[in-house]
Design a protein around this ligand. Structure first.
Ligand SMILES: [Fe+2]
Length: 475
């Protein structure tokens, strides 16, 4: 059982630690024996407030028509293409990206598209999307946008060629928003001594829809806020409910309008027919992104795509099979309770059959890690509806704790269910650090601690190459 090491802040006093450990042991052993650890860490109660529009993190870059909200994501199936996106406000300007390898004088160019959209009384800037292709794996590139007016230069490193033993490190962030807590989460991710190379983002980006008329100016501020990370490393996008922006009262009835204009995905490369469900290979990982708010029932495009997608995964090439979604299937908080249940019923048997290593979800503004469990025995007559230990099942991690203005989910179901290994209502982020085909190191960091403090951590044993029970590795 993960106890003291998982739930204890290094900033507490020694005396506090002893009291905490003893109390935690008693509670867990005597009273809360149903599940794993419910952390007793208590955050200072404070309201989660969005940063004001004139915050430095929202500053518009200097220069006439300077590119802003620069962001990149993977642009193909295996990591040799990058989609570069940015927005110009005054006029369209150049839609060319110049790019070159580090230490190379040879510059190449690619040309993209410029789009705009209107949302109620808001008109967007000129949104540029440009895919640069045929890059070399594992190579640092510089790129320049805003050519001819106010050029800005950034860089990224392409992932290694997909293969079983190429180490790669993913960051995990969800439900970020643009509050002071959001800024802390992003800073903690940036300052984590284990350096993430790509962010797996599990949905709910800007929370602009919480403002009157879904004020899309807050989409722009969010784009400027995250540029300091996403211009330099790709974020892999999952669509959350705050991306839907369905507002018939404003005459806005096309779901996902701001999100789909601003943030692109390489869905066609994995033969998907919709932008919100797709797959990529990145180094040693095969990442499947699912859409909680697009149809997923039997016969739907997403269902048919996923049915064929699992069969395509070659674990000899990409041993680590990871799924991202927004609404969690295993969530023991009293928020969004069972909202993921219908998708679980549709897809969970495949996750077990194909031995998914980890599922990351958001939506619930807190943190939770499950044991390896499945709940696929039930049919309409047998009544077998309890999650059971299953070493072929994924670990389910809810990491919707980015820090948005809606605040924390701190009301949990009691007692903690058997399947729940660790849960805590704090903001934070995590790292999934793949070492080789058999081992990945996982750690969750809460914003109240130092950058290097890992609160919940465990070694993942790969389900294909190393399918042993790793529960003792939760430290
Ligand atoms: Fe959500």
């Amino acid at each position: 059982m993960a106890l003291a090491g998982s739930s204890f802040s290094s900033s507490a006093s020694v005396f506090g630690a002893i009291v905490f450990i003893v109390l935690g042991f008693v509670l867990n052993q005597a009273y809360l024996c149903h599940g794993g650890t419910t952390s007793t860490f208590v955050r200072k109660a404070e309201k989660t407030v969005d940063m004001p529009l004139d915050s430095d993190v929202f500053a518009v870059p200097p220069g006439y028509n300077a590119p802003q909200q620069v962001h990149i994501t993977q642009g193909d199936l295996d990591g040799k293409a990058v989609i570069v996106s940015w927005i110009t406000m005054e006029e369209p300007g150049s839609n060319t990206v110049a790019y070159w390898k580090e230490n190379s004088a040879e510059k190449k160019e690619a040309t993209g598209k410029i789009i705009q959209y209107k949302f109620y009384n808001y008109s967007s800037g000129h949104i540029h999307h440009c895919t640069i292709k045929q890059l070399e794996h594992d190579t640092k590139y510089y790129y320049e946008v805003g050519i001819g007016q106010s050029p800005r230069t950034f860089w990224f490193t392409t992932p290694p060629k997909p293969g079983p033993d190429v180490p790669y490190t993913f960051g995990l962030i969800g439900d970020l928003g643009q509050s002071y807590d959001s800024n802390r989460t992003l800073s903690h991710y940036e300052q984590n001594p284990i350096k993430g190379q790509t962010v797996l983002f599990v949905g709910d980006l800007s929370y602009a829809d919480n403002y009157p008329d879904h004020d899309n100016v807050r989409w722009d501020t969010w784009g400027r806020f995250i540029e300091r990370s996403v211009a330099y490393q790709p974020w892999i996008w999952t669509a959350g409910n705050h991306e839907i922006d369905f507002a018939p009262e404003l005459g806005e009835t096309k779901p996902f309008k701001p999100f789909s204009h601003r943030y692109r995905t390489p869905y066609r490369a994995s033969n998907s027919t919709g932008p919100f469900w797709y797959s990529i290979k990145r180094g040693p990982a095969y990442i499947i992104v699912l859409a909680s708010y697009s149809a997923y029932g039997k016969y739907t495009p997403q269902f048919k795509w996923l049915e064929s997608e699992f069969k395509k995964v070659n674990r000899n090439e990409t041993p680590w099979l990871i799924v991202l979604m927004h609404a969690p299937w295993y969530n023991s908080y009293n928020y969004h309770y069972m909202e993921g249940e219908t998708m679980r019923v549709m897809y969970e048997a495949w996750f077990v059959k194909y031995k998914v290593d980890a599922v990351f979800a958001g939506h619930v503004h807190a943190y939770e890690r499950s044991k390896r469990v499945s709940n696929i025995a039930y049919n309409i007559v047998n009544g077998i509806c309890k999650p059971v230990d299953d070493q072929s099942a994924p670990v389910y991690i809810t990491i919707g704790d980015g820090g948005n203005l809606e605040g924390l989910a701190n009301n949990m179901t009691e007692p903690q269910p058997d399947y729940s290994a660790f849960r805590e209502a704090s903001f934070g982020h995590a790292i999934f650090d793949i070492k080789n085909r058999t081992h990945a190191y996982y750690a969750w960091n809460r914003n109240q601690d130092g950058y290097a403090v890992e609160v919940d951590k465990m070694w993942f044993f790969n389900r294909y190459y190393n399918p042993h029970d790793e529960s003792a590795s939760a430290l």
